[in-house]
Design a protein around this ligand. Structure first.
Ligand code: XMP
Length: 506
């Protein structure tokens, strides 16, 4: 187990993902909350930070229980911190050092740089520079602009690097992390999907015993993997509920319900479309729509769960990025959209919560899903928002609008599959605009709806760019939509990136 202390860098989660890719387990803690018990940790990594070590409010970790006792790798801010407060000197650099650099001098006899050649590309992101190294330090690498790009401290297993090994643009970053974690710290590479499944199944059996668990399936990857894992541990003590909110993709409720049954899950499909439509009546504000859907879901789910006797646990597909306690840098962040639409469920139901995926990143959930034998198509599905088509119909919702959008979305998504484009896109969908425009069909003037198509590439949904779909594909899709979907006479393609736009239009 590896401990990553976070100083608020945007890259901290990337460090954790790179470490996990080496099949090594790690956990992220805020720098101010070093765990009481360090006996389970074999190594520590200090993250970067948006702060300067010279700033008054700069993070000051208490490393007294770590330094010299556990192998330590300090990245960027961490490297500057160790220098600045231990007899070295950190000052603003003449030029801000961002982006690509090459290691011009490397002591490759050093274990940290084993297998890494001179000229190796690294990624820098800092505006301070280490002028003087701390006491007992030995320089290990430089770049053209940065003399002290890496150093270690004599007599301890303490290493510091100015660049970011966790970003893909640092070509040998993974090798460096492996050198530190495996060769220097002696950490075992035993964190595999298979090992996770075995361990978690045992833990779930132990925790749940012969009690009953209820779980809401959404059709998405996380809830599905959580359900299959629980099913493996406790079989029919798991009661799954799959709610049709009437805002899913065309035919999705039936086909996904079928797949769940084929997978051997004990699942009940509940068609509550009418109840959701009713709750949405007359609402056009996006946040009010989200709230209405979230509350209705809680009510429906609660009613269903009550029909099962003696349920003790509520299982959820929460994953690690939702759990990591963030280090606040600019004060509390502003809510752009309230994504956590079923947040009130555990409180209302007074059940104990079980979250078997809470320590996994999304890519690990997929790997665990594959290990459990879940079909590739299901694991590779695009993300789909909880409130579904309701936030892709701008303005108020009616059954007719849902029908139109389902048809359009179906043509678009099926087209992506047929053209082998589906897997190249991170997320795609159609948006029904509250706009009518004039068209002509045959000799008739039409005055009908406009739909927008959106397809983005992204890794985590935090940033995204529109996908350059082939013109022929767009042409064909637009034709099919206008010819087949009554009520639509115009199709546009969204070419906005996030930021400044968002992925969804509401
Ligand atoms: P935005 O629109 O914020 O979307 O760029 C980022 C990702 O989040 C999804 N999204 C939601 N997911 N409930 C959800 O479960 C929501 O209310 C919600 N709003 C946006 C969106 O589909 C994209 O993947």
């Amino acid at each position: 187990n590896v401990l990553i202390l976070d100083f608020g860098s945007q890259y901290t989660q990337l460090i954790a993902r790179r470490v996990r890719e080496l099949n090594i387990y790690c956990e992220i803690y805020p720098f101010s909350k070093v765990p009481e018990d360090l006996s389970g940790f074999k190594a520590v990594i200090l993250s970067g930070s948006p702060f300067s070590v010279r700033a008054e409010n700069a993070p000051h970790p208490d490393l007294s229980r770590i330094r010299g006792k556990l192998p330590l790798l300090a990245v960027c801010y961490g490297a500057q911190y160790l220098a600045h407060f231990n007899g070295g000197k950190v000052e603003p650099s003449g030029s801000r050092e961002y982006g690509r650099a090459n290691l011009s001098v490397i002591k490759d006899a050093e274990e940290l740089f084993a297998g890494i050649k001179e000229n190796s590309q690294v990624w820098m992101s800092h505006s301070d520079t280490i002028i003087d190294l701390p006491e007992n330090a030995v320089r290990l690498a430089s770049t053209t602009d940065v003399l002290n790009a890496a150093y270690r401290i004599e007599g301890e297993q303490t290493y510091a690097i100015q660049f970011h090994p966790e970003v893909y643009h640092s070509t040998d970053g993974k090798q460096l992390l492996e050198n530190f974690l495996v060769h220097i710290a002696g950490t075992a590479q035993s964190w595999t999907p298979g090992a996770f499944v075995d361990l978690t199944v045992d833990e779930l059996k132990e925790k749940i015993g012969n009690q009953k668990v209820v779980l809401g399936l959404s059709g998405g990857v996380d809830s599905t993997v959580a359900a299959v894992l629980l099913n493996k541990a406790i079989g029919d003590q798991l009661y799954c509920i799959f709610v049709n909110n009437g805002l899913l993709r065309k035919d999705e409720f039936e086909s996904v319900l079928h797949q769940y049954k084929d997978m051997g899950l004990n699942v009940k499909g509940v068609d509550a479309s009418a109840r959701f439509l009713d709750a949405l009546k007359g609402l056009s504000d996006p946040e009010l729509k989200r709230k209405a859907i979230g509350n209705t879901f809680i009510d429906v789910f609660d009613d269903e769960a009550h029909s099962i006797q003696d349920v003790v646990f509520l299982a959820q597909g929460t994953i690690y990025p939702d759990v990591i306690e963030s280090v606040s840098v600019n004060g509390p962040s502003v809510t752009i959209k309230s994504h956590h639409n079923v947040g009130g469920l555990p409180e209302k139901m007074k059940l104990k919560v079980v979250e078997p995926l809470r320590m996994l990143f999304k890519d690990e959930v997929r790997r665990v899903g594959a290990e459990l034998g879940i079909a590739k198509e299901l694991l590779g599905r695009h993300p789909f928002p909880g409130p579904g088509l309701a936030i892709r119909i701008l303005g108020d919702i009616t059954a007719e609008k849902v029908r139109i959008l389902q048809e359009v979305d179906h043509i678009f998504i099926q087209g992506l599959r047929d053209w082998m484009l589906y897997d190249k896109v991170w997320q795609a969908g159609a948006i029904l605009l509250p706009v009518q425009s004039v068209g002509v069909m045959g000799d008739e003037r039409t005055y009908e709806q406009v739909v927008a198509l959106r397809a983005v590439e992204s890794t985590d949904g935090m940033t995204a760019d529109w996908v350059n779909l082939p013109y022929e594909f767009l042409q064909k899709t637009s034709n099919t939509i206008i010819n087949r979907v009554k009520g639509v006479n115009r199709v546009v393609y969204d070419i906005s990136s996030k930021p400044p736009a968002t992925i969804e239009w509401e």
